[in-house]
Write a protein that binds this ligand. Structure first.
Ligand code: BGP
Length: 472
């Protein structure tokens, strides 16, 4: 029987999640340097160009840089108590390795956080969300270089000190475990994946893990009340069949994901990771000083949840899933979105229980949602989208969050992905929409950028107002 009585806890944080490169635009304003996103017109799944090209929708995105106040007003109208954004590193340190920060960039986020405060909205801030400064890619090959730890520390310390009284919740790296699959977008690594040795790739991951622990340490020094989380892609990996060979294959695939949060929460590499390095000839430069820093563990674990996958040990049955950047085999029992992402609300309860049982750390769902094509229509003279499909998706996932809370899992909050339509990370399209708010912009760059409330806008406002009691 589903448990419909247990309420979400008092103080549960409700809101939405975004990233600078997908909303801000103004890519060359306010002293900002270029980031890798400015030369990735096809998103994470297409090769980069040498310079920004007009077909790159992220250059203007949804113009949040100029419209942030009106957008935050709309979030407040829905009752948000939290708003996840990222700080574009290249707005603060245009090249990434500059000695001094760019004051204009810092002042922009002051204005954004002040606007949030005016509405009683807590900012939840990602330090690095797929937007490494381009110079760090070109001059250092991104996180392959140990030098990036120091540059990132300087960036982190600068923003922790500047926003000490404005920001309490921080995330160090967006979806840190995606570096193994998307080295350029996730790790700013310019060397093509096919030419990157496993040792170089895991060394880059190690540098990020050390940088993340260092940032956690610095955040606590600057503000003992700061709460720092890691952020990973969470996807349950089910065995494709009950054959124990598939069960073990699923367990091993899961280890590749869990390693990142295990290090963040336990402060050291788990045995299964050391075995993997040994057996795959992966030799890493891990110093005693690194080991010391890794002991600075996170306050909470946050994650994105969009889908589950299956795994098999039988090479003949190993087929790739569409739109699944993390690998895995499609689940024959589940429907999929228009972009091939398999929809599995119960998987969210599975993940919440797995993570809670494993770490006993508070959990924060910081991304979840349905990318879908929307049709703008007019109802009683008002432009809107009747997005019942999105309401159904979010409702079904939130019901599973409620189930997990009833299971005893400690959940801090929920920020749906893209509360306002934004540019897709993987495909760089506008037409893959997640929002409660429609933005009039098309894949060819045309549109007025006007905002319209969708049907889901009122639905989410009700969910927040009733602290989840309106879920069906
Ligand atoms: C996550 C990223 C986000 C976001 C989301 C949806 O992986 O952290 O940046 O965009 O996925 O993905 P997409 O935009 O490709 O639909």
């Amino acid at each position: 029987m589903p448990d419909t009585t247990t309420p979400f806890p008092q103080g549960f944080l409700w809101g939405g999640a975004t990233a600078a490169n997908q909303i801000e635009g103004a890519y060359a304003e306010g002293g900002k340097g270029l980031s890798i996103q400015d030369v990735l017109p096809g998103g994470g799944i297409a090769p980069r160009t040498d310079a920004p090209t007009p077909d790159n929708l992220k250059l203007e995105a949804i113009d949040f840089y100029h419209r942030y106040a009106a957008d935050i007003d709309l979030f407040a109208e829905m009752g948000f108590s939290v708003f996840r954004i990222s700080i574009a590193w290249s707005r603060i340190f245009p090249n990434g390795d500059d000695a001094e920060p760019n004051e204009e960039g810092l002042a922009f986020y002051d204005r954004v956080f002040d606007e949030c405060a005016r509405h009683g909205i807590e900012p939840l801030v990602t330090l690095s969300h797929y937007e490494t400064p381009l110079h760090l890619t070109e001059a250092y090959d991104g996180w392959v270089s140990r030098d990036l730890i120091g540059f990132y520390e300087r960036f982190a310390r600068t923003v922790f000190e500047r926003y000490r009284d404005k920001v309490t919740y921080w995330l160090t790296f967006n979806e840190i475990n995606s570096i193994l699959h998307l080295p350029l977008m996730s790790g700013g690594i310019g060397t093509p994946k096919a030419e990157l040795s496993p040792s170089a790739l895991f060394q880059a991951a190690h540098h990020e893990l050390v940088a993340s622990a260092l940032a956690t340490k610095v955040a606590h020094e600057v503000n003992p009340d700061a709460r720092v989380g890691c952020m990973v892609i969470a996807a349950p990996i089910y065995p494709l069949t009950p054959d124990p060979v598939d069960v073990v294959a699923a367990m091993e695939a899961d280890h590749a994901n869990l390693m990142f949060s295990d290090v963040h929460v336990r402060g050291a590499y788990p045995g299964y990771a050391l075995r993997y390095f040994r057996e795959h000839g992966i030799v890493l430069d891990i110093t005693d000083a690194d080991r010391e820093i890794l002991r600075h563990t996170v306050d909470f674990v946050s994650f994105s949840y969009y889908m589950s996958v299956c795994e098999t040990g039988d090479p003949a049955r190993k087929t790739a899933g569409e739109g699944n950047i993390m690998g895995g085999v499609p689940n024959p029992t589940l429907p999929a979105s228009e972009w091939g992402w398999q929809i599995d609300p119960r998987g969210l309860r599975v993940i919440l229980n797995q993570f809670w049982d494993r770490w006993q750390k508070p959990l924060f769902i910081v991304e979840n949602g349905l990318g879908a094509r929307d049709q703008l229509v007019e109802v009683d003279g008002v432009r809107t989208v009747i997005d019942d499909y999105r309401i159904a998706y979010l409702n079904d996932h939130l019901v599973q969050v409620r189930e997990a809370i009833s299971d005893g899992v400690q959940v801090m909050g929920y920020t749906s992905w893209g509360p306002i339509d934004l540019v897709s990370a993987s495909t760089a399209q506008m037409s893959k929409r997640y929002g409660f708010i429609y933005v009039d912009r098309n894949d060819d760059g045309t549109g007025t950028l006007e905002r319209y409330r969708k049907k889901s806008f009122g639905w989410y406002a009700d969910v927040i107002r009733t602290n989840g009691a309106s879920l069906r």
